[in-house]
Design a binder for this molecule. Structure first.
Ligand SMILES: Cc1cc2nc3c(=O)[nH]c(=O)nc-3n(C[C@H](O)[C@H](O)[C@H](O)COP(=O)(O)OP(=O)(O)OC[C@H]3O[C@@H](n4cnc5c(N)ncnc54)[C@H](O)[C@@H]3O)c2cc1C
Length: 400
């Protein structure tokens, strides 16, 4: 094969790039190389679709791929990039040429310190299916790590009536992201939904006893579990890019247009990429779905319209479904000041607004309040004042 756009990684970043290229009118070859053998699927549903439902939500069907002229090379791992000669080497020795390359290889689950039956991480469809199988008929689940994925799995398990213990070394696990006050609310959310929280605690041992698993925690408690989910973050694999000449620094370094500085026809999108963000005046890697989609659209535009380069300068955004809370989080948090909060009970709605030292809204957190999220995100993007949006959200019209 020669020429066209070659995309490495067939998840949301890669597939959205391929689709956006066609939307932009790109008529050349579009090829997606993907390590997994499944047709492309989306990741957020893996921790959100109820345990008795199908977590497989396709990103591109075989028919759509045919219609759009997107060639999928599934079950193929890229092992080397020869950037000087525009060539990608696959594990089976096949060498693919390209005119433009898009790296969308994402991240992998940080490996669990324990392995074997009943112990899971959650990053792929295969992980999700294995976890769901383990939880069939399970009565007790141990969740290690109270970040977004751990919290969502705990929530799904509780809905199935499974007893859940969640362990995290941090006393208020989400405080790093949302501050102590909101972090404590998220901890309480677990407790009010019947989860046993063991925060400020670690797992000392996880042993196999009589065909089952037995956990011992650093607080001395000990109990049997049927399954364990380890949600302790993600890791990058850039080993295959080491000899490429690309700048690697906790990800593939790109400018605000998604181009690598050394080779402007090589781009990166999604979790693997580290774009320069003018708004923050720094390069940052973002592990959120919406960021991957927005970067994909930007890169596709910039490939098709090199004379009209568009920058992507995002207000970071992530959502999470936990119990009966639909959480949305965006922008950046000023760690020195408490947020302005608007809260309504019965049913609960909450919006918290962070501001920078000039009083501009810099970040927000909402619960069950999509309208406030839209307004907050717009205000942050426009650099609008935090107190004004706080006042607006406090008025009855917006509360509805
Ligand atoms: C369970 C779960 C729930 C999530 N929920 C949310 C959420 O609610 N909201 C949110 O904003 N974000 C969420 N995320 C994060 C979001 O899904 C990611 O930010 C997004 O998937 C990143 O997309 P990506 O295309 O950059 O990378 P990935 O989705 O990681 O995909 C990378 C792809 O590249 C392939 N690949 C890797 N290396 C190679 C190689 N050498 N050769 C060929 N192929 C390769 C992989 O097989 C994979 O398919 C969630 C993630 C998970 C795992």
């Amino acid at each position: 094969m020669s020429g066209g756009v070659l995309i490495v990684g067939g998840s949301v970043g890669g597939i959205r790039t391929a689709r956006a290229l066609r939307n932009e009118g790109y008529a050349g070859a579009v090829t997606v190389v993907e390590a997994e053998s499944h047709l492309p699927y989306d990741k957020p549903p893996l921790s959100k679709v109820p345990l008795d439902g199908d977590a497989h939500v396709p990103l591109l069907t075989a028919e759509e791929a045919r219609e759009l002229g997107i060639e999928l090379v599934l079950g193929s791992v890229a092992v080397e990039l020869r950037a000087q000669t525009n060539q990608l080497v696959l594990a089976d020795g096949v060498v693919l040429d390209y005119d433009e390359l898009v790296i969308a290889t994402g991240a992998a689950a940080r490996p669990s310190p324990w392995t074997g039956p009943g112990v899971h991480v959650l990053r792929t469809l295969a992980d999700a299916r294995a976890l769901r199988e383990s939880l069939q008929g399970a009565s007790r689940l141990l969740v290690v790590g109270a970040g977004f994925i751990g919290a969502e799995v705990a929530s799904l398990a509780r809905k199935q009536g499974i007893e859940v213990t969640i362990v995290d070394p941090a006393p208020i696990p989400m405080a790093r992201i949302v501050g102590d006050g909101l972090g404590e609310r998220l901890s309480d959310l677990h407790r009010t939904n019947g989860v046993e929280t063991k925060f400020g605690t670690t797992v000392s041992t996880l042993d196999r006893v009589d065909g089952g698993l037995r956990a011992q925690l650093s607080d001395g408690s000990e109990f049997p579990v049927d399954a364990v989910v380890v949600g302790i973050g993600a890791v990058l694999d850039v080993g295959w890019l080491e000899s490429s000449g690309l700048t690697l620094d906790d990800g593939v370094v790109c400018d605000e247009y998604g181009r690598t500085p050394t080779f402007t026809h090589i781009h990166a999108v999604g979790d693997i990429s580290k774009w320069y963000q003018p708004r923050l005046d720094k390069s940052a890697r973002v592990e959120h779905w919406t960021n991957a989609v927005e970067q994909a659209n930007t890169v596709a535009h910039n490939i098709v319209h090199p004379d009209d380069l568009q920058a992507h300068d995002p207000v970071a955004y992530v959502w999470s479904d936990q119990y009966n809370w639909k959480i949305q989080l965006f922008g950046t948090r000023d760690t020195t000041a408490d947020p302005l909060v608007v809260e309504q009970s019965d049913p609960l709605r909450l919006a918290a607004i962070w501001q920078d030292s000039d009083g501009r809204a810099s970040g927000g957190f909402t619960v069950n309040w999509p309208k406030a999220s839209v307004q907050l995100r717009r205000t942050i993007a426009a650099g609008g004042p935090a107190d004004a949006v706080h006042t607006q959200l406090s008025t009855p019209a917006v509360k509805r």
